[in-house]
Design a protein around this ligand. Structure first.
Ligand code: SF4
Ligand code: SF4
Length: 200
């Protein structure tokens, strides 16, 4: 048996009913946010821009293993690892991340990469203002992602803390750069001795 049509309001009442919705909304609390003039604080574990972390003496935690790149569903990470030497050391162990890039035109900020990182070298900050009008500018380099220097740190490359090994760094036994630690010359990046002196 065919269903009987529902009773509808007479034609002239429909526009009035529509304004009723508008009228009720006028007295509701406004949800509009006045961004960017007023910025809301994000949740503490918000997934924002990535950061490559350092050990307390300034050496880099990234070992160039590429696990983050393999875990990424958007193929947004590019890593090239290289060997440390005693003359040019970036991390306490054998390898370091020589090239590290994240393409924010691809990244969906899912956080799978930071879960995959075995050294906690890669974490995410609360920074979310990543928009740009250029694709090239959306590819962040290692220099942009590397954490800044805090007190007690010396910029890489520099020697490992004397008398320690890589495991000691992960046990938290190194808490600052050894007294007298000096930045080495980044020969692999084209630096020459006189250039380092000129920058100082
Ligand atoms: S947050 Fe997700 S999409 Fe972005 S780089 Fe990491 S794994 Fe890839
Ligand atoms: S950030 Fe972590 S997972 Fe990615 S290459 Fe470096 S150490 Fe490996």
């Amino acid at each position: 048996m065919a269903e009987e049509p529902k009773e509808t309001k007479p034609g002239f009442q429909n526009p009035v009913a529509g304004f009723g919705v508008t009228f009720k909304a006028m007295f509701k609390k406004r949800l509009t946010e006045q961004y960017p003039e007023q910025q809301k604080t994000t949740a503490p574990r918000f997934h924002g821009r990535h950061q490559l972390n350092r050990h307390p003496d300034g050496l880099e935690k990234c070992v160039g293993c590429e696990l983050c790149a393999w875990a990424c569903p958007a193929d947004a990470i590019y890593v090239e690892g290289a060997d440390n030497t005693d003359e040019e050391r970036y991390s306490p162990g054998e390898r370091y991340g020589r090239v590290y890039q994240i393409n924010y035109a691809r990244c969906i900020l899912c956080g799978l990469c930071i879960e995959a990182c075995p050294t906690r070298a890669l974490t995410m900050t609360n920074e979310f203002e990543l928009a740009d009008s250029s694709r090239a500018n959306l590819i962040y380099t290692k220099e942009q992602l590397l954490a800044g220097l805090e007190e007690g740190m010396v910029d890489t490359p520099h020697a490992i803390y004397p008398g320690t090994d890589e495991q000691d760094y992960y046990r938290g036994l190194v808490t600052e750069a050894a007294p007298g630690t000096e930045r080495q010359i980044a020969v692999s990046k084209g630096e020459k001795p006189e250039e380092q002196g000129a920058d100082a």
